[in-house]
Design a protein. Structure first.
Length: 127
């Protein structure tokens, strides 16, 4: 275990290889939640936020669990930690921007599909 500057140790790894961050219904994540609720976890450290979840609603569900059990949330590659008010603000901004980006990408894809569909029907009508 590695000691962190805030006094907690980095220990058990909860890894859901092969599972999408699009859902919190993952075996290792559920095991992590069980360990948090049992009082065995003081901090959750992730490589990147989207490795935990890509859904704001799911993150807030996890966040409520973290807060209830005084668990600090830290991203190793993003400049925030929820052990400060500024870190919590940054996290909320980051989550909002990530959701906006996903929605914008989805809208662009739908627009492209509609455009191609329209062009395809025009070719069939004029051909």
């Amino acid at each position: 275990m590695k000691e962190h500057e805030h006094g907690w140790s980095l220990g058990q790894v909860f890894e859901d290889g092969g599972y999408s961050g699009g859902s919190i219904e993952r075996p290792a994540l559920q095991e992590l939640i069980d360990e948090i609720e049992a009082g065995n976890i003081q901090a959750v450290v992730v490589y990147r936020l989207d490795r935990l979840t890509r859904s704001i609603a799911d993150f807030y569900e996890l966040w409520r669990i973290f807060e209830k059990h005084d668990v600090v949330f830290v991203s190793a590659t993003e400049a925030f930690s929820t052990d400060t008010p500024t870190g919590e603000l940054f996290l909320n901004l980051l989550l909002s921007l990530a959701q906006w980006e996903r929605q914008l990408t989805r809208q662009r894809v739908c627009d492209k599909i509609a455009e191609r569909s329209k062009r395809g029907s025009e070719i069939l009508t004029h051909g």
